[in-house]
Design a protein around this ligand. Structure first.
Ligand code: CP
Length: 319
């Protein structure tokens, strides 16, 4: 049976993708994340809603931000956390994903956080684990990275306010980016005034013109008068062949420089999900400049992941 991520009461039971979540459900996640910040000093509070529960991180692809912030989030909710090192696990001896999952389930895991290079693996795992276990997608192939989309929406709302007034531009390798897909889903559901994507033709999705976005094939046009500029990494690891001529040529045409950023609104913010390739998609003085909120995105990721885990647990407890 195909598992769904929302139960009959509209409560989250897995997080597999942002497509299909309502505006109210997304706002509930963002509001719950906001409640984890101490208004006095901006620190993230602890709340023991996962006490006695166990969260397992299964990262079949590398990660710094997502894996670390999921671990911190689970610990701030008082869960026990298991980080399986895939590189030294029995996966290297040929153990299948399903056998790995079932082996860990026998250790009474309540939530799996899964990153995998193949599209659809989190859904496959949700279909396998049964109703007592939750699956959280930490990025599958080029399909979805839902907690990244959520933390980006949180960060935009925090710095720029109502989505209905905003022009948001996503630039770079959209075609291979699971982040872009989740950003497009969440920002359209939240009702941004204008959502733009921009990149070279061979790094735009094949269905670019069918998406609910304005497509630009020129960076200056894409950035002009934007409130938010999101730069994306060129994902060479997902390309069969080299789709960019040289990194210098890419930067000349598609890199965000201080000069280009002046085309955006004067109070525009610059975002990047990380990891950044400085000098390829973004200049260092922009990444480290006053309009950049790139490191704040990382901090917000802890609270957003706490929100997702706590809402899933409350959905499961009351379901
Ligand atoms: N943004 C993101 O997914 O970063 P990591 O690969 O470091 O987790």
């Amino acid at each position: 049976m195909t598992a769904t991520q929302v139960n009959e009461h509209g409560q989250l039971t897995h997080l597999l993708q942002l497509e299909g979540l309502s505006k109210a459900q997304i706002l509930q996640i963002l509001d719950t994340a906001a409640s984890f910040f101490n208004p006095q000093d901006g620190s993230i509070v602890k709340k023991p809603v996962l006490r006695g529960r166990t969260v397992a991180n299964l990262f079949f692809e590398p990660s710094t931000r997502t894996r670390s912030t999921f671990e911190l989030a689970a610990k701030k909710l008082d869960a026990d956390v298991l980080n399986l090192d895939i590189g030294t696990s029995a996966t290297t001896k040929g153990e299948s994903l399903l056998d790995t999952l079932q082996t860990l389930q026998a250790m009474h895991i309540d939530m799996f956080v899964i990153r995998h290079k193949e599209n659809g693996i989190p859904q496959y795992c949700a279909d396998q684990v049964g109703p007592r276990t939750a699956i959280l997608n930490a990025g599958d192939g080029n399909r979805a990275h839902p907690t990244q989309g959520l933390l980006d929406a949180y960060s935009i709302r925090k710095h720029k306010g109502d989505f209905e007034n905003l022009t948001v531009t996503i630039v770079g390798d959209i075609r291979f980016s699971r982040v872009a897909r989740s950003q497009i889903a969440v920002l359209n559901t939240l009702g941004v005034k204008e959502l733009r994507i921009a990149g070279p033709d061979n790094l735009l999705p094949e269905n670019a013109d069918d998406l609910d976005v304005v497509v630009h094939r020129n960076l200056d046009d894409a950035v002009r008068d934007a409130d938010v500029v999101i730069m994306l990494r060129v994902q060479k690891e997902r390309m069969d062949s080299d789709l960019i001529p040289t990194t210098d040529a890419y930067f000349a045409e598609w890199g965000l420089t201080k000069e280009r950023l002046k085309l955006a609104k004067p109070d525009a913010i610059v975002m990047h999900p990380g990891p950044m390739n400085r000098g390829i998609e973004i200049a260092s003085d922009v990444a480290d400049g006053p309009q950049s909120i790139i490191l704040d995105q990382v901090t917000n990721g802890i609270a957003v992941r706490m929100a997702v885990m706590s809402l899933i647990m409350s959905g499961r407890n009351s379901g």
